[in-house]
Structures are given as C-alpha cells and as structure tokens.
Design a protein around this ligand. Structure first.
Ligand code: ZN
Ligand code: ZN
Length: 597
C-alpha cells in the first residue's frame, strides 16, 4: 500500500512539474517571499523597539535604544543584508500584493540608508531626541495590565541618562528652530515622568517599595531631560545651520518619502498652475454670488446709505464672498450630530450614483475625541494598527470644551455648512474610511507599517472633487466656491513647502501666500509657518497624491473611451492597498493592456 501511494505521489509531482511548471515556481516564489517578509518584520522590530511599540508590537517595550554610531552601523548592516535578500526574488513571479510590498521594502531600505548617510538629522535636529512619547503611550494605552506596563516602563527608563548624554555628543551645528522645538517638546514631556506616572502608580497593584524604586528612577530621567534642555539653551551656536533644506536634499527627501511618479520640481510647477486655475474659477463664482450675499443683505439693513462696490482686487472680492457664506454653520452643540446625520446621506449618494461599493457590514463609529487626543485636530480617523485587527475604526470629533466663544465661532465658520460636508467626504466616505476598508481586504503587514502617505491623503483629497463632479451638493455655486477654497489649502501647502525649503521664500511672502491667496486666518497661517520651519516634504503629500490619482484617472478615461467605468476604476485602484500611486498605476496599466489582448 505504502509503495503505491509514494508511486502515485511521484507521478503527480512529475505531471505537476511538466504541466504547470511556471505556476509551481510562482507559488514557490510567493511562499518564500511571505516567509522573508515575516522574518524581515521580526528583525525590524528587534532593531527599532520604539517603532515596534508604536505599531502595537509590545515585545520590546522595555528596551530603549541608545542613539549612537553603533546603532547606526547596525541599521546600515540591516539595510544592506535585506537589500541583498530581495535580489533572490524574481519580481515577475510575485503576486501584485507582493510586488508592491517588494517595492516598498526596497524603497524603505534605500531611504533608511539615505537618512543615515546623507540627511543626518541626528546632527542638526535636536528634536530627534525625545523619549517621552513612547513612555506616555505606555501609560495611556490599555494594551496590557497596568502592572505589566509599569514594570516595562521602569526597565525602559534605565537608559534615559545615557540616552541624553549620547544625544549631546551627536549634535553639531543644529538649526535654531529645531533646537527650540527640542526644548519645548522635551519640557512638554516631563509630566510623563512626574504627575502622569504618579497617577498611574496610584491605580496599580505594585508594592510600596517597587513604587519607590520607580519614582526614584523617574527622578533620574527627569534630571537627564532637564540637563539636555539646559545644554541646548546655553549651546554656543554662532553659525547655526539653516532650517531650509536646499534643493538637493529636498529633491531626495521628496523622492524617498512621497515615492511619486513626479519630481519635486514638477509637483511645484503643477501646484503653481493649479493655484492660478483655482483663483480664476473662484473669481467667476464669487463675482456671480456678490449680489446674493453682499448687495441683497445690505438692502435689508436699516439706514443703509448705499451699497458696497465690488472690490477691484479679485482676491479681495473672493474673500468677502467666502466670509459672507461662512456664516452658515451648525451650532457647537450639534457639530457631532450633524456629522452623524451626514454619513448615511453620503453612503446613499454613492450608491445612487454607482461610484464605489461600500461594504455595509463595516459601519463607521462616530465618537467624541477621547481625552488623550484632545487638542490635536478637529476631526480625525483612527484605525486599528496591524496587530489589532479586530479593533474599531473611529471618526473622532473634537470637543470645544475650554474654548472661548470667539475661538468656537471662528472654528465653526471655517468648518461651515459646506466645508463640513467636504470634511466628511475626506475623513470618512468615500475618503479615508472607505480606503481603509478596501486596504484591509488585501492585508499586508508591509503596507500597514510603510503605508504610503501620499496615496492615502491623495485618495481622500481626490474623492472630494470626484463627489462634486458627480453632482454632490447639487452643483451649487457656494459648494464649489468652498470646495475650491478647501482645495487651495493643500495646493498652497505644496507651494509653501517647496518655496520655503528650495526657493528661500521669506516669512512675509509665505504669510501673504496663505492669508491673501489661500484665504486662511492669520492664526492658521502662523501655525503653518511654524510647521514648515520644522518639517519638510510632508506638506506636499496631499496635493501630490491627489494630482497623481486625478491625472491617472483622466488618462485611463481617455484610453478606454466609452468602456470607462468609474466604479470599476475606483474599486480596482483601492484593491492594491496603501501602495505608492506610481506602482498601482503600473500594475493597473498592465492589467488594462492584458484585458485588451
Ligand atoms: Zn456664527
Ligand atoms: Zn486626510
């Protein structure tokens, strides 16, 4: 009997090999690649314990890595070894999901090498050194029992003094802006080792002596942080490095972070042209709406001595009409209710217009922003991490508690009747939330960890326009004008970022761009300036992703002519997960070509 079986299996094996040789090797390649990915991620977490904890992988919670040359050498060796490993795979034999994973790992390794060897922010950006975030997470996040978390907290604190001593040795010629940021952020994190820790200890079951040990070590941590801040404050830095990145570093960072099919220069030009187009369209609409919003209202006011003439300056005219329309907004009390009311309406619209399939079994939970997120943003989506697959996805709505009347009114005008609808499209349906549901259908740990920000943000920004093009908001002039204003924000973010880092744009010119050309409040513009002086490239991700997706769709539409189907395009596009648009484009183009054969 045994013999027969082995004989049979031998025959089958042979026939398998001859009939579907290619299939078999494909299968092998993908199985091996899956194994490689698993190993890769395990090693990644061992090398970057802080990153691992942030992603919800808590095996290395008690480890704090010393940011020195030894660590950097290890990281470079990791990059080299894995780049070599990638070469053993035959790209054409991999599935689409694995192909994009391959590209994303390859890019990440290249980026890491570049960050260590060329970007070298560990020398000029003191805010690279800050331990409090990871520790704060251990106190606030309920992933394990408090006692376990506190124990790991204690062990992890041990290295804090060495961590900051090492930090001081690495810093050379830092920028003034990043030095100040490091001071503010490190001081801001002190409560983690004081009040917040003490509160957590009160709620724990640890014994008195253990609590004392923890508090003693926390004191050493606090001293180390204060020592670092003191060092930065008295640092003699007579010729500080400029916070502006310069053309060369900027181009490279753009390439690594955004992974666009366009270069930074190309995107800057496209954004500048787009701004002009938006202004022209906005002027047309505002000019048309002037009578309805300005003249007609003035007719109603008692003792009116005449009507405001239309400003000669077209930007000023637009601004006045926008201000007048913004008065239409919900009350602070009904802000969240309005969001909850609108979500099903969005779903219905998408269904009626056949724009994309929305899975009804995965409803979105709208909730009041939890306390630990307070003050971050007016509205945001939080999704479960790669290690928390059954977690809910929430639409967090900020509360106005502690805000004065003026601030609330200004916020409500910003998120007026029209913009609030666009925000819901962006954050929820068919924006971030819908994209997330689709990306979970082709699960990839690689895409969860290295997910491409430009694709994710670009999709959300793309859907705003797509919905309006399909008649959302009944093509009202007000809706379009407000949409253009909203779209100007991401467009001008790109112009600002490139302008400041590459073209030496002055603060005065930057403020003019944001306030007069993008119709932003002064406070918002000031905040943007602060952000652009300590970050680079990230502000471009919204517009770049949007432009790439939009241009690609138009291209496919043109090529397919009458055969083009918007719903199919959207579903196919999202099926690749959070991969860079240029790779999705490549795979989709191939598929379209194949289907023609
Ligand atoms: Zn009001
Ligand atoms: Zn977004």
């Amino acid at each position: 009997m045994k013999k027969i079986i082995s004989f049979l299996s031998l025959v089958m094996l042979v026939s398998c090999n001859t009939v579907s040789n290619i299939e078999e090797s494909r299968h092998d390649q993908n199985t091996h690649f899956d194994a490689f990915k698993e190993q890769f991620v395990n090693n990644l977490w061992a090398l970057y314990p802080g990153w691992a904890s942030g992603q919800g992988y808590h095996k290395y919670d008690s480890v704090l890595v010393i940011p020195n040359k030894v660590q950097r050498t290890k990281e470079l060796a990791f990059c080299k070894a894995n780049t070599d490993s990638l070469k053993q795979f035959e790209l054409s034999a991999l599935s689409d999901n694995n192909k994009t994973d391959y590209y994303m790992i390859e890019n990440q390794l290249k980026a890491n090498e570049w960050y260590t060897n060329e970007f070298r922010s560990y020398e000029w950006n003191p805010s690279d050194y800050n331990v409090s975030g990871g520790f704060a997470e251990m106190l606030a996040n309920n992933y394990d029992s408090l006692d376990v978390r506190l124990h790991n907290f204690y062990v992890r604190m041990k290295n804090i003094p060495v961590y900051y001593e090492t930090a001081i040795q690495q810093i050379k010629n830092p920028t003034v802006e990043h030095t100040q940021l490091a001071i503010d952020q490190n001081l801001g994190g002190l409560s983690t080792f004081d009040a917040d820790l003490k509160e957590a200890l009160t709620g724990s079951h640890l014994g008195a002596s253990e609590k004392e040990q923890i508090i003693a070590r926390a004191k050493e941590a606090t001293n180390a942080i204060n020592g670092f801040v003191k060092h930065l404050k008295k640092l003699k830095n007579t010729t500080p490095r400029s916070f502006r990145l310069g053309k060369e570093l900027y181009a490279k960072k753009f390439e690594h972070d955004i992974q666009s099919g366009y270069t930074a220069d190309e995107i800057y030009k496209k954004a500048s042209e787009h701004k002009k187009e938006l202004h022209a369209k906005m002027f047309k609409l505002a000019d048309k709406l002037w009578n309805k919003y300005i003249t007609e209202k003035e007719k109603l006011s008692v003792g009116n001595k005449g009507f405001t003439p239309k400003p000669k300056d077209s930007l000023l005219l637009i601004k006045k009409v926008i201000d007048a329309i913004s008065v239409k907004h919900v009350s602070a009390d009904s802000f969240q209710l309005e969001i909850e009311r609108e979500i099903p309406l969005l779903v219905k619209f998408i269904k009626d217009k056949n724009l994309i399939y929305i899975d009804p079994s995965k409803p979105l939970v709208v909730r009041k922003e939890p306390a630990y997120m307070a003050g971050v943003a007016g509205a945001s989506i939080s999704s479960p991490g790669p290690y928390d697959k059954n977690g809910n996805t929430y639409y967090n709505v900020g509360s106005f508690s502690g805000w004065d009347k003026e601030r609330i009114e200004s916020y409500l005008r910003e998120y007026n009747y029209y913009i609030l609808q666009i925000l819901n499209i962006h954050e929820a349906i068919p924006g971030h939330y819908t994209q997330l549901v689709y990306s979970n259908q082709s699960p990839s740990i690689i895409k969860s960890i290295f997910g491409n920000g430009a694709m994710v943000e670009g999709w959300a920004v793309y859907t705003e326009r797509m919905m309006l093009e399909n008649g959302y908001g009944n093509n009202a002039d007000e809706m379009w004008l407000m949409y253009y204003k909203w779209n100007l924000r991401s467009t001008c973010n790109t112009i600002l970022d490139y302008g400041v880092h590459v073209n030496n744009l002055s603060k005065e010119d930057a403020m003019n761009l944001l306030v007069n050309e993008a119709f932003q409040q002064k406070a918002e513009a000031e905040g943007k300036w602060k952000r652009v002086s300590v970050t680079q490239v990230q502000l471009c991700s919204y517009f770049t992703g949007f432009k790439e997706i939009y241009d690609f769709r138009e291209e496919v539409k043109q090529k397919q002519g009458g055969k083009f189907n918007l719903k199919q395009f959207h579903e196919k596009f999202l099926s690749y997960g959070s991969a860079p648009v240029k790779y999705i484009k490549e795979l989709m183009e191939q598929e379209i070509l194949n289907s023609k054969k």
